[in-house]
Design a protein around this ligand. Structure first.
Ligand SMILES: [Zn+2]
Length: 167
């Protein structure tokens, strides 16, 4: 399967909140598979949300394990109808996004979160995530709420940077 095309800012689909998945059926699972393939297609891509490929569904995938900033990771996670139910502490880290290829920014997020979601079998799970992996999950859940990392930047004048090369 080939990778799906990535929507970029200012595509309006990126700013639209998604709708919950009512039933995790074969169609949803095929879409999850396509999202994973697309994420894997882009080196160093650690997460991808449905709006980034033009879908209105509340689905994202992530895999922080290959990234040098991830010391601890649960590997591949499928997030269907995800919610962050607890966020503790705060951490500021540089973030990037396939949908905003020319910029990175310092973004403040919860350092430790409890994530509640369905997996691709439709089974509910709850997971505590920390540091880099928690940041990735919050970034992806934001996409599903129609928010981009630029919406989280405290000071657009000092916290946003041009990206020299996108690897
Ligand atoms: Zn993103």
């Amino acid at each position: 399967m080939s990778a799906l095309p990535i929507r970029r800012l200012p595509d309006p689909v990126l700013k639209r909140p998604t709708r919950p998945v009512e039933q995790v059926d074969a169609r949803v699972r095929r879409f999850v598979h396509a999202l994973i393939q697309t994420m894997r297609h882009h080196p160093r891509c650690v997460g991808l949300a449905a709006p980034q490929v033009g879908s209105p569904l509340r689905i994202a995938v992530m895999d922080a394990s290959a990234h040098p900033k991830a010391r601890l990771s649960h590997g591949l996670l499928v997030l269907i109808n995800p919610r962050v139910t607890v966020a503790e502490g705060a951490v500021v880290q540089r973030e990037g996004c396939l949908s905003i290829p020319d910029l990175t920014a310092n973004v403040r997020r919860g350092r430790r979160i409890c994530l509640s979601a369905l997996d691709q079998a439709g089974c509910p799970y709850e997971l505590w995530l920390e540091n880099f992996e928690a940041i990735v999950a919050q970034h992806e859940v934001d996409h599903l709420d129609g928010l981009l990392f630029l919406d989280r930047v405290a000071n657009l004048g000092t916290d946003v940077f041009p990206r020299k090369t996108y690897l």
